[in-house]
Structures are given as structure tokens and as C-alpha cells.
Design a binder for this molecule. Structure first.
Ligand code: ATP
Ligand code: MN
Ligand code: MN
Length: 372
């Protein structure tokens, strides 16, 4: 007979980077409710509030068991009064009236629908909502008012909101690896983002590209994109010099510039993933695969997948890898921890001691990673 340990012994650190991040979530019902509140706050531009609910959710995800009683939460950090109230409601009634009201509200549903379009952030979605638009068809009627990115996002809306499986992510990684090696032998491609954290599926594929000889990576992205495009793999792509510009353009995450932005050259793209390279074009002549979809409907054998390609100089690769692995809360807390507890500045490029004015380099770390 196993005796359950008293649950108030749960020890959970306040910084996400100091806690375990298990894949199974024992408290899905609670974290879903908190994440709806975080999302709603984000839609309203209340970033501090949104972050607080996200943190509360992140703490519950670290717990080894399902929470049964609200008293079990007493020893946990990052849970405010509001979060606790909602958790209690869900524990007692199975749902929270506040959360259900949000989920059913016209504004939340429209904002959710619109922000799920590639290239649409809260600002744009809110503007469309104010203009009285509610459905995707409302937007399709005015294509001239959409950016190229948003038009592509609309065309491939369903596919891009269908989770990407690990096998597909690996397949895309391999396609990119072959293109990269054709353009620059010796360069490497690393799968990062949620898949590097072990998630079985994700919303996109994040790939980091580098070359062990510093400087060799310059100009590589353009060549790789041209190569992939020629093979028919790309439905959409846009190359950006740095995140700041691209975030401004696409209106993604207006609030988190300072914490998550980096300066690497990157490409936000939509891949055409088929059974064989070029399959999607067959039977469609010179037409883009997006046309195939409209005419062939469910019988088509390819799908659109969002892919982020990021090129980094070798010396900064470890920081880029760490920064792009996520999760968002983990990265945020890691940087906050570095600053507050260690007096260091950490970002996707560097680690710097603020008081000693010292830059840390990790040549051994790179070597170790390379041998793996
Ligand atoms: P999913 O599986 O849903 O894709 P994810 O954790 O991979 O989840 P992404 O949005 O792909 O989420 O981002 C992965 C990580 O890369 C984030 O945690 C973030 O730290 C970093 N990141 C994402 N976009 C940018 C960006 N534009 N600039 C800098 N870092 C970014
Ligand atoms: Mn991702
Ligand atoms: Mn991504």
C-alpha cells in the first residue's frame, strides 16, 4: 500500500528555469482556464496581467500530480488571488463562469480567430474587430487590405492551425539540411523550439543554421531559400535582417520586443510538405500549389507548414540554441534570473556580466555540442 505524501510539501521554484518542466500536464483543466485568462488579457493589451496568468499556469504544469483541493496550492509561488479564485471554481464546479464567459464572448472569439492567422498580431486583429469584421470570409473579401504574409496565412489557415507532428518536423529538417549542405558544405541544421523540448507536436518548425568557420554563414540564407524555392518547397517566405523590423511589420507580440528580440537573419516561411519533393506541383502545371488545394480539396497529398529558419554565427550559436528552445516563460525567467540573481545579461546572442563588464564565451561548450 502506498501512502500519498502530504501535498503541501510541493516545492516549486519561482523562476521557471529552476523548476522541472515535465511533458505530461497533470492539471490541464486548470492550466487551460488560466491560459484563456492570459490570452484575454493579452488581447486587451494588459501584458502584465497576461504574464501573471501565464506564470500561474506554468507553475501548475510543474506539479507531479493533479491538484484536488485549493489548499494544496498554499506553498506554491506565482499564484495571485485571481488565479486562485479561478482554480477553486474549476476544482469545485468543473468550470469557471468567468472563463466560460470569455470563451463565449464575440470579441474573444474574433480575436482568437484573427490572431491565429500567420502575420496577424493583437493590434491588427483588434482593428479588424473594431471595423466590425468577425469571420475569415470578412477578410477574404478585402485582400488588398492584407499584407502578403496575411494573405498567405489566410489561404493556408486550416493547415497552419493543424499541429505539426515530429516526423514532419524531422522531414523538413532533412530537406533544409540537404539544401544548406548543397549551398555550403559543413554547415549544420538544428531542430529547436518545442520539438527540442521533446514535444510530440507544435505549431511550427524552428531550425537554426550555422557553420563552424565564423563568417562562412554570411549570405547563406538567401542561397538556401533560392534552392528550396526552386525545388518547389516554398509556398511563402520573407527574409528579415532582424526581429525588430519583422515584428513591427507583422505586428507579432508588440509587448515582448525587449525580452525576446534578436538580431539574427531569419526567414519566416510556409513550406509545402508532400510525400515527395515537387509532388504538389504535379497536375497543376506552373500554378502554385495553393491552387491545387482549392480544386482538389481533401484528396490532396501535401500540406502547408510554418517554418522559421534562423542563421547564426558559430560563436553565438549556443546562445541562439538556448534562446530558441523556449518555452517563452522559461526564456523570460532565465533572463530575469540572470539579471536579478546573477547580475548578468542573457539574450540569444551573448552572456555578459553587468558588474564585471565581462563577456562569457563558450568554445568548449560548442565543441561538446558538435561531437554529439
Ligand atoms: P510551438 O511548438 O507551438 O511552435 P515553441 O515553443 O516552439 O512552440 P515558437 O513560437 O516557435 O514556440 O518559439 C520558440 C522559441 O523561440 C520561443 O520560446 C522564443 O524564445 C524564441 N523565439 C520565437 N520567435 C522569436 C523571435 N522572433 N525572435 C527571437 N526569439 C524568438
Ligand atoms: Mn516552434
Ligand atoms: Mn517559431
Amino acid at each position: 500500500v502506498s501512502v500519498e505524501k502530504p501535498q503541501d510539501t510541493w516545492l516549486v521554484a519561482a523562476y521557471a528555469c529552476q523548476r522541472r518542466s515535465p511533458l505530461p500536464n497533470n492539471n490541464q483543466l486548470l492550466t487551460d482556464a488560466l491560459e484563456t485568462l492570459a490570452e484575454e488579457a493579452h488581447f486587451c493589451g494588459h501584458e502584465g496581467r497576461s504574464l501573471a496568468f501565464s506564470r500561474a499556469s506554468s507553475v501548475l504544469k510543474a506539479l507531479p500530480r493533479t491538484v484536488r483541493r485549493v489548499q494544496e496550492l498554499d506553498s506554491l509561488p506565482c499564484l495571485g488571488e485571481h488565479s486562485k479564485r479561478v482554480i477553486q471554481e474549476v476544482l469545485e464546479d468543473g468550470t469557471s463562469a468567468e472563463v466560460e464567459t470569455i470563451r463565449q464572448s464575440e470579441k474573444y472569439q474574433a480575436m482568437k480567430l484573427f490572431t491565429k492567422i500567420f502575420g496577424v498580431g493583437v493590434k491588427t486583429a483588434h482593428q479588424w474587430y473594431q471595423e466590425g469584421r468577425r469571420t475569415l470570409d470578412d477578410l477574404r473579401g478585402h485582400p488588398a487590405q492584407l499584407s502578403k504574409e496575411q494573405q498567405a496565412g489566410l489561404i493556408h489557415y486550416e493547415d497552419l492551425n493543424t499541429p505539426v507532428k515530429r516526423a514532419d518536423a524531422e522531414a523538413i529538417g532533412q530537406v533544409v539540411r540537404e539544401a544548406v549542405n548543397k549551398c555550403l558544405p559543413g554547415a549544420s541544421v538544428t531542430l529547436t523550439g518545442g520539438f527540442r523540448r521533446g514535444k510530440p507536436s507544435g505549431h511550427d518548425v524552428d531550425l537554426l543554421i550555422t557553420h563552424p568557420v565564423e563568417g562562412q554563414e554570411a549570405g547563406l540564407l538567401k542561397k538556401v531559400i533560392a534552392c528550396l524555392d526552386q525545388q518547389g518547397f516554398l509556398l511563402y517566405h520573407s527574409i528579415h535582417r532582424n526581429t525588430f523590423e519583422s515584428l513591427e511589420d507583422s505586428d507579432q507580440e508588440p509587448s515582448s520586443h525587449a525580452s525576446s528580440m534578436d538580431q539574427y537573419e531569419r526567414c519566416f516561411s510556409i513550406f509545402c510538405l508532400g510525400d515527395l519533393p515537387g509532388d504538389a506541383q504535379e497536375g497543376a502545371g506552373a500554378e502554385k500549389p495553393s491552387r491545387v488545394r482549392r480544386t482538389s480539396g481533401a484528396s490532396r497529398f501535401w500540406k502547408a507548414v510554418r517554418v522559421d529558419l534562423v542563421v547564426t554565427p558559430y560563436s553565438q550559436f549556443p546562445f541562439a540554441l538556448l534562446g530558441w528552445t523556449g518555452s517563452r516563460i522559461f526564456e523570460r525567467d532565465l533572463r530575469r534570473f540572470a539579471k536579478r540573481e546573477k547580475k548578468m545579461l542573457l539574450n540569444s546572442h551573448t552572456l555578459y556580466h553587468l558588474e564585471q563588464s565581462r563577456v562569457y564565451r563558450f568554445p568548449q561548450g560548442i565543441e561538446r555540442m558538435r561531437r554529439k
